[in-house]
Design a protein around this ligand. Structure first.
Ligand SMILES: [Cu+2]
Length: 537
């Protein structure tokens, strides 16, 4: 670990950067209840774009293309994705270089069916190693995208040993004998034996996940089944995937990001003011700035993903008459709820997904419904808008019973209770983002559990930490001793720990044995060591 920390170079100045971001909570030992009372709207620092930004609601909402399989024979859908550099016109009149899946940001959407295996051959033509993780996937460990299971680009030269940046070792000489490194390509196999849900695939490379996602390495995968198709929910053009992500733009039109090493080859990390998280001043939906979408005066199914590195949202839909439209939640990270839950305000933490129905039928033709982020300010308060274009018939419905297969684990089912603290802390002489006082180490067994065991996890946080478990879905049992919030309903794989809060979750570790992860999905925290191993034996 020492090499890692020296490479990370956590200096006194950077430590103060974290302290500032925390409002000096860690330094002053502020109590959890005091932190909760003074809860900041978000955790991180915002970049300012150096190019003129377009007015909102001018750019049409793009819908990511659905990827065509190269083969569907033998009961498996096979896909090929090339990871490569490309440029796109994100801001009107501005070319922005990106790192992409198949030349597009977001990457192409993979449409899949429950229980029908998908194999994706990823080919890495980017200048650095990559790793693909299917977030929310119930995936065998070999295809889960462990951060050291690198796909090396052609001609990747391992740096000289004294710098400690061996490719198979992750950064900082962190030797991982269990890493499975491949050259140029890798086949990822997803059995998709899981509830229908909106999943997303993104880069998960050791120490460099945050800048890789920021540059464009994120795409959607949707799992469906017949039962869900039969519910009569809004479908076809009335089902909209919405990948929300903030970015900032440099003077040359490129994405701005405060990397210590902009080549992303050797030194990980970000400059001091951004240690708590990188926020952009441009809100993109499906890769377009503050887009607008023409809709019928009818119900729509919005499949919302917060793909931002660190930004939290509290979404509300407001008509130009000032009326707030209901957001009727039908699904969570891991698929359909048992019954719909109506929200006026919907908090969405990084990596969370919310499946909601919105009904535009009461809005006059020509009217505008804005999706607003109550946690934003100025330009970041706007997200996107819907323009009601026409009256239309609507045969869709929202059944009162959506699903009957949600796990109903009881506290008494749990064979053990574990406790974790997600906090800033000492990391061998500097400060990092730690889980129970420890920085990530691939070689350390943090959690070892048996396949089939039910466990309760109690997690506490200093600032915002959206915690994600690989492989399994879980249910939220409580928040700081109180019942869960209305949007904690259903089966989740990411839960938002808010400043000073303690959250209890319950899950059953089933599916596959092997080495998995849990981590904070503030991508900057993740890159600064807030990950741990989850070994299922
Ligand atoms: Cu975090």
């Amino acid at each position: 670990m020492r090499e890692r920390d020296e490479g990370r170079g956590m200096s006194r100045r950077r430590m103060l950067g974290i302290g500032g971001a925390l409002g000096l909570m860690a330094a002053t030992g502020m109590s959890a209840s005091a932190a909760l009372a003074r809860r900041p709207p978000t955790t991180g620092a915002q970049l300012r774009s150096a190019v003129p930004l377009p007015p909102p609601f001018q750019v049409p909402l793009p819908i990511p293309a659905v990827l065509k399989p190269v083969s569907t024979s033998g009961g498996t859908d096979r896909y090929e994705i090339t990871q490569r550099e490309a440029s796109a016109e994100i801001l009107p009149g501005v070319r922005t270089p990106l790192w992409t899946y198949e030349g597009a940001f977001p990457g192409p959407t993979i449409e899949s069916r429950r229980g029908r295996p998908v194999t994706v051959t990823h080919r890495n033509e980017l200048p650095v190693p990559t790793v693909v993780h299917l977030h929310g996937g119930r995936t065998p460990a070999a295809s889960d995208g462990y951060p050291t299971d690198l796909v090396l680009p052609d001609g990747w030269q391992e740096a000289a040993p004294h710098t400690g940046h061996g490719s198979a070792q992750g950064a900082h000489g962190m030797h991982d004998p269990r890493a499975v490194v491949t050259k140029l390509t890798r086949d990822y196999t997803f059995p998709l034996d899981q509830r229908p849900a909106l999943l997303w695939y993104h880069d998960h490379r050791m120490d460099f996940t945050a800048p890789a996602i920021w540059r464009g390495l994120a795409g959607l995968q949707i799992v469906r089944d017949d039962a869900e198709d039969d519910l009569g929910l809004p479908a076809g053009p009335r089902e909209l995937p919405l990948m929300i992500a903030d970015r900032a733009f440099a003077a040359d039109g490129g994405l701005d990001y405060p990397s210590l090493d902009p080549t992303l080859r050797e030194r990980p990390g970000v400059h001091e003011p951004y240690l708590a998280g990188v926020l952009g001043d441009v809100i993109l939906v499906n890769g377009a700035p503050w887009p607008v979408h023409e809709v019928d005066a009818a119900r729509y199914r919005l499949r919302i993903l917060n793909a931002s590195n660190a930004r939290h949202y509290e979404l509300e839909a407001v008509s130009d008459e000032g009326r707030r439209l209901d957001l009727v939640q039908i699904g969570a990270d891991q698929g359909l709820l048992a019954a719909p839950v109506t929200h006026r305000l919907l908090p969405v933490a990084p990596a969370e997904r919310y499946d909601v129905i919105i009904d535009f039928s009461g809005v006059p033709v020509g009217g505008l419904v804005r999706m607003v982020n109550r946690l934003g300010s100025g330009r970041t308060r706007e997200v996107m808008a819907f323009r009601i274009a026409r009256r239309a018939s609507d045969g869709s419905r929202i059944p009162l019973a959506l699903s009957t297969d949600l796990p109903a684990w009881r506290r008494s089912d749990a064979v053990r209770v574990r406790e974790f603290a997600f906090r800033v802390g000492q990391m061998h002489g500097g400060h990092g983002w730690l889980i129970s006082g420890l920085p990530f180490d691939p070689a350390r067994a943090d959690v070892t559990t048996h396949l089939g065991d039910v466990e309760i996890w109690r997690m506490v946080a200093d600032v915002h930490h959206p915690v994600h478990l690989h492989l399994v879905g879980f249910r939220v049992l409580s928040r700081s001793g109180r019942p869960p919030l209305p949007h904690d309903v259903g089966l989740k794989d990411t839960v938002s720990l808010r400043p000073g809060e303690g959250v209890e979750i319950i899950t059953r570790f089933d599916g596959y044995r092997g080495r998995y992860l849990f981590h904070c999905h503030n991508a900057e925290h993740e890159d600064m060591a807030m990950m741990a191993n989850l070994e299922i034996i």
